[in-house]
Design a protein around this ligand. Structure first.
Ligand SMILES: C[S@@+](CC[C@H](N)C(=O)[O-])C[C@H]1O[C@@H](n2cnc3c(N)ncnc32)[C@H](O)[C@@H]1O
Length: 250
């Protein structure tokens, strides 16, 4: 479950605090042939897709947030189409050279349906295609657990204060993040938004098993989009690259 129903321009500001857009775009682009087709599962406000579209790829983004998809459509982007849909319901007649999911979105897909989503992803790959999944693994959650956090994000004359509360449901192995966004706009107006999301606490072995079950073979693992070594333990995301089993590595 997640909401992400707040104005996309504020998400874009928050995102900049966490992400290296140039690195993730270069990384993803290296897995797509010229003019190739790309699918982003949980594309948010379309930030990365717009960059990929500008490089001549044909892009599709799927997200469950109506407000983020509305923002993404208004922001446009060469060769980018957006679908307001949950990833687990999305189907396409056309295949893709690259299917990716960034910024722990994989952890937000319903655990019960993750297996199906990855199987469908494998079916949507064109010959020689790749999957790039960035997910938060077990220790990432354990090490960064704090019951309450306050963070400030600034950009475009806007100040966003994010007051977040985290809780763990050990029976479901999920982590809930509930947050209030206090936004002061460039003209001094203040507004409040609530946001929440649940994340499945995934482990590396669990994700590798799900990929194998979907007929996908892991070809590389990194700790980030600058090809940092995969974290043996501790903080940091895990970026997994996979292709259809039997097709070999990139
Ligand atoms: C942390 S944001 C990341 C957005 C984007 N991947 C990025 O890198 O900026 C998580 C996104 O996942 C979307 N999301 C969560 N569950 C989803 C689902 N089941 N299907 C599609 N989108 C989902 C949310 O709406 C939100 O936009």
């Amino acid at each position: 479950m997640s909401s992400f129903e707040f104005p996309g321009e504020y998400y874009e500001i928050i995102r900049r605090s966490f992400r290296d857009l140039a690195a993730e775009t270069d990384f993803l682009a290296s897995y797509v042939p010229d003019g190739g087709r790309v699918l982003d599962l949980g594309c948010g406000t379309g930030t990365t897709l717009r960059e990929l579209g500008a490089r001549g790829f044909s892009c599709v983004g799927v997200d469950q947030s109506a407000r983020f998809i509305d923002y993404a459509r208004r922001a446009g982007g060469e060769g980018v189409a957006y679908v307001h849909e949950r990833a687990e319901r999305f189907t396409s007649e056309e295949g893709f050279h690259l299917v990716y999911s960034l910024f722990m979105t994989l952890n937000q897909l319903p655990r019960t349906e993750l297996r199906q989503v990855l199987r469908k992803t494998a079916e949507q790959l064109l010959p020689g295609g790749h999957v790039v999944l960035e997910f938060g693994h077990l220790l990432n959650f354990v090490e960064s657990y704090q019951q309450h956090t306050v963070a400030h994000h600034r950009g475009d004359g806007v100040l966003i204060t994010r007051l977040a509360r985290q809780s763990v449901n050990p029976h479901a192995a999920t982590w809930r993040n509930e947050e209030t966004l206090l936004v002061r706009d460039a003209d001094g107006q203040v507004s409040l938004y609530d946001n929440f999301f649940d994340q499945a606490v995934l482990t590396g072995p669990e994700v590798r098993e799900l990929l194998a079950d979907a007929g996908l073979a892991v070809t590389a693992e990194y700790g980030g989009f600058r090809k940092e070594p995969a974290p043996g333990h501790g903080r940091g995301p895990l970026v997994i690259v996979a292709s259809r089993a039997g097709e070999g590595s990139a």
